[in-house]
Design a protein around this ligand. Sequence first.
Ligand code: GDP
Length: 172
Amino acid sequence: LPEIALAGRSNVGKSSFINRLINRKNLARTSSKPGKTQTINFYLLNDAFYFVDVPGYGYAKVSKKEREKWGKMMEEYFALRDTLKATALIIDSRHEPTELDQIMYDFLKYYELPVLVIATKIDKVAKGKRQKHLQQVIQTLELEDTDVVIPFSAETGEGKEEAWQQMKDYIQ
Ligand code: GDP
């Protein structure tokens, strides 16, 4: 089955994103404890594709050894993986993308994968400021024309249909 990798710094709303897509409360566990996931988790969606939840990245406090272990795991997964069709990068739409978001975006682009940016928690951004925030995402990450940004809210479900549509296109 095709795969779509799912990346994002911890606590950004990854589990909430998955849960909203499939209308469950707890399939993907949510936790407020950063850095819990240190393995690659696979979630089967609609028997159509796998979401591959790659572990959170860039904890300032982890040791060099831990970071190296993470890098090795990521490379092993990403290198020469022809089932991997695209990646979704979850970012917090309330703030300008962080340096860690930037690093992750560049990492994904290194593998020449299309990146679907999910600008989540959009319900927390005032209507009049949304366009500006989304524009900032495009500029800060220097998104390529083929990349897509979707404003999303796990709270309200905004962006859900668009996200599904985009992912269906990727796994065709
Ligand atoms: P993860 O660690 O990336 O899996 O993050 P979680 O899905 O556990 O979410 C972290 C926190 O952000 C939780 O308290 C969620 O309720 C909250 N959250 C996630 N998505 C949204 C959203 O779209 N809107 C709002 N307002 N809160 C969200």
